[in-house]
Design a protein around this ligand. Structure first.
Ligand SMILES: [Zn+2]
Length: 398
């Protein structure tokens, strides 16, 4: 079979020809089971670049030399060719989409099982075995029973209550591993080495840890990072590590300003909000996938995992719990709660300022209609309706 003359599909006629070609390809592939190693083949589906949760229509092209790569509908290569023998392919489960992970982090998702099988079977006999196994009726029935049981439990116990119970029951080692992994992902995507002087970092770290060294048996640790993409922010990881951005440190006029923010973040650690947020989000995605039989939302979630924790922000309830913790801690240490409202005002203003001017890296930003990651980061605090209310609570406290 020929490679389609062009990879773009402008007219319905071309598209029709391509569909015919595609069908023919698949039929021939079935007939010539042995010779298909050397054919060019296609599978349609979607591509996630692994950096944003954006999903784009794309095709997987099998080169005939046991390599494959992904092209966009416009014909642009989205990945470099990779060997099929080494590819990471999710095992096929009924009609759920098959996921193929590329080494640069992109994911190709497809329900074009026939085309995928034609590409994979000669090179990956194991897939065949897994497919046959999973196709058997009794596995389907068992799967349905498990699904029904899980759905029942989700409804019965409620996702947030379940997430809370699990978060408090998890062994320290688990939260430490998850925390470290999250920080590594964040470092890869959004954070860089702090520009703050090493000695000053050490002094601040000691000051903060002397204020609250641990909470509810979770040892707290402090990290500083430069984060132009995120701006002034601080966040607590599931392990109890609290990350301050340089941009936030620069807003503080004295140590008490930072102690106030630290108190709020330790509040999040004390209630295990980060772990609960992660558990809730993943449970919800799995629940949606179970109900709809569509695992698309799950793969979007995986692609968006690095930013899930902070980008989506916490619920009003979680923020209030952390605020109350900060307030009580400041009051019992005779530090004015106004340090917190001052900082909240400054952080809010700094993000507002960033919003008002065009993003400097706008031309490099992905062409996402919802705006770049940068814009989404910024909108959280500045447009949060509760910010004014939170400021007021600390302003009025004594
Ligand atoms: Zn918070």
């Amino acid at each position: 079979m020929m490679h389609p003359p062009r990879l773009s599909l402008p007219s319905p006629f071309n598209k029709g020809v391509l569909i015919l070609q595609h069908r023919l390809l698949k039929q021939t592939a079935r007939l010539n089971n042995e010779n298909q190693r050397f054919k060019i083949m296609h599978a349609s589906g979607f591509y996630f670049d692994g950096k944003s949760s954006k999903k784009q229509s794309a095709r997987l092209v099998f080169t005939g030399t046991a390599h494959w790569f992904v092209v966009s509908d416009e014909g642009d290569s989205l990945t470099t060719p990779e060997s099929i023998a080494e590819a990471r392919v999710s095992s096929r489960l009924g009609n759920t989409p098959t996921l193929i992970r590329f080494s640069q982090g992109g994911i190709f998702e497809s329900v074009d099982h026939e085309a995928l099988d034609a590409m994979l079977l000669p090179h990956r006999p194991r897939v065949n075995w897994a497919h046959r196994l999973e196709s058997r009726l009794r596995y389907v029935v068992a799967g349905l029973l498990v699904t029904a049981a899980v759905v029942f439990c989700l409804i019965y116990y409620g996702i947030p209550a379940g997430a809370k119970a699990v978060a408090f029951a998890l062994p320290e080692e688990t939260t430490r591993v998850i925390g470290r992994g999250t920080l590594q992902l964040l470092d890869k995507e959004f954070l860089s080495q702090s520009k703050i002087d090493e000695q000053e970092q050490q002094r601040l770290r000691q000051r903060l840890l002397a204020f609250i060294p641990a909470i509810n048996n979770i040892p707290v640790s402090v990290e500083f990072r430069n984060a132009p993409m995120i701006g002034a922010n601080a966040f607590a990881l599931p392990s109890g590590t609290i990350v301050f951005t340089d941009q936030l440190i620069f807003l503080a006029e004295n140590d008490e300003d930072l102690l106030a923010i630290y108190g709020h973040e330790v509040g999040h650690v004390s209630h295990r909000h980060a772990m609960r947020q992660l558990l809730q989000a993943s449970t919800l995605a799995i629940a949606v996938a179970l109900f709809t039989g569509d695992l698309t939302s799950t793969s979007s979630l995986i692609a968006a995992a690095p930013v899930l924790l902070i980008q989506s922000g916490y619920s009003r309830e979680f923020e209030r719990e952390a605020d109350l913790f900060a307030l009580h801690t400041l009051q019992s240490n005779h530090i004015s709660p106004k340090h917190f409202s001052t900082m909240l005002r400054k952080i809010s203003a700094s993000h507002q300022e960033e919003n008002d001017k065009p993003a400097p890296d706008a031309k490099n930003a992905p062409e996402d209609h919802e705006g770049s990651d940068k814009v989404r980061w910024q909108t959280y605090l500045s447009t949060h309706p509760d910010t004014e209310e939170r400021i007021k609570m600390f302003d009025e406290a004594r």
